[in-house]
Design a protein around this ligand. Sequence first.
Ligand SMILES: Cc1ncc(C[n+]2csc(CCOP(=O)(O)OP(=O)(O)O)c2C)c(N)n1
Ligand SMILES: [Mg+2]
Length: 597
Amino acid sequence: MSTTVADRLLERLREWGVEQVFGYPGDGINGILGAFSRADDQPRFIQARHEEMAAFEAVGFAKFGDKPAICMATSGPGAIHLLNGLYDAKLDHVPVVAIVGQTNRTAMGGNYQQEVDLVSLFKDVASDYVHMVTVPEQIPNVLDRAIRIAMTRRAPTAIIIPNDVQELPYEPPTHAFKMVPSSLAMSWPSIAAEEEAVRSAADLLNAGKKVAMLVGQGARGAAQEIEQVADLLGAGVAKALLGKDVLSDELPFVTGSIGLLGTKPSYEMMMNCDTLLTVGSNFPYTQFMPELGQARGVQIDVDGSLIGMRYPYEVNLVGDARRTLQALIPLLERKEDRGWRDDLEKQVERWWEVMDNEVHVAAKPINPMRIFHEFSKQAPENCIIAADSGSAANWYARNVKMRGSMRGSLSGTLATMGPGVPYAIGAKFAHPDRPAIAFEGDGAMQMNGLAELLTIARYWRDWSDPRLVVAVMHNNDLNQVTWELRAMGGSPRFVESQALPDMSYADFAAQIGLGAMTITDPEHLEDAWREALSADKPYVLDIHCDPDIPPIPPHATLEQMHDMAQALIKGDPSRWGVIKEGIKTKAQEFLPGDHDD
Ligand SMILES: Cc1ncc(C[n+]2csc(CCOP(=O)(O)OP(=O)(O)O)c2C)c(N)n1
Ligand SMILES: [Mg+2]
């Protein structure tokens, strides 16, 4: 048999170094599936339970593997199922290429079965590049462009290949009019900011007395430089959620996460600084940034199309974080007055003490913060953490201390439910030698996680380090939204929309051959983590936790907390004891010293 378009597609993927394709089959890609079979499954077809999961796995792979990922689905329903995962890639700036099938060219436009206008469907999510291959000569150019554009723009791209085209004999582009040959690979540009602009930035930063830094995922790989700049400027460093793993939380001047899920020291630093240096972050919430006019600002970002938003910065430096900071460092004068920095460090120290108290507030049966706290103490230095949307995102942001080469991520911008388990699977394919941990709400587990446990059960033996722990926050509630209802509207919990059907996640996991444990006593958490993190197979911790521990944002006033408490007890007066203790402990964040009453 001659080489088909599909054979050439897979060959080109191999030439790009692609080892896995996350996907789900259907007759719209039968031509490609045949090619996988002929190619001895190279690249390897990793079968998810659902195309959305395949897309999330690709996002996790790309986020943690720092390289583009491929997902694949059939025409019509398969392509539609990919969308949410692709939007997650788009909003968090992750290079993912979707390859989907389409009905045969002869049927197109005929209102045919499973015929959906895929170019239009993907037009928004893959706005950087979406194309249909209709003749063999377009491959490899369309594929190469999809990969290069995904990498350059850090965005999802999409290729649509009708089923009959997949099976055509491959013809390379010729040296002729209207042919578009293509070449492989590309070297990554290193962008240096303009010298004069770096000088202006240095002058501005040197003039400041109370400097705050905000770093995001664009600052990854520049930890050493950030530390040096923070030292020279006597600054504290807050981290946007996607940049949580950029800098160790063991550094005394790292104020932790910022925003609704952030810490009090980050909030206070932003409210009191006179100078702001933002590196590689598009953190969107203006209300957590300094007041307009309060601070002079410098932003560094590699993407000129995203710079200068969120705050009226005076100097916008387009350049790589590391390279630009390296250019900046020799121009910075070390701040002699260390008062601001010393004070920040004291606040950070106090914050961790208060956190320690908060995690030990008694709850029914387990305080969810304690789950993250106990994990954080034992977290392997090289582990990869995926947190789902829900209350888990709060505790991940606040209670997990990053250190060593730990990585962590979540659906930062789309904030979709359901990527936790598939992200962890993607992480395991990117780094089979590192332990992965997914923090999941029970709602997210019922939405996606349970099904993807089957994918874990199928593939884990291929990973050199089999450890993948799924920690389920079993609270029988869509708790994050329950609290949003309470906090925003003062509404009591609406049971019909918020309560979840109960089940045993541990039993399900055990039934499919994974390690499993149900935990209902906080004193057992330490041993449970020890066991799961040293197991010789993936492990599900089914942790029964209290839905009445509020994920209070760092800028909440005592009055707002009181309103939340009122809304809680309106729904269930018997919970007053828990909420009172929680608020009392929370109050320690606001007031210095001890608080016994
Ligand atoms: C796809 C999707 N649907 C709905 C939401 C709204 N939402 C955000 S968090 C959440 C509740 C999550 O519940 P669960 O997974 O049980 O976690 P918990 O907050 O209870 O810990 C919901 C419904 C969302 N972000 N994404
Ligand atoms: Mg829940």
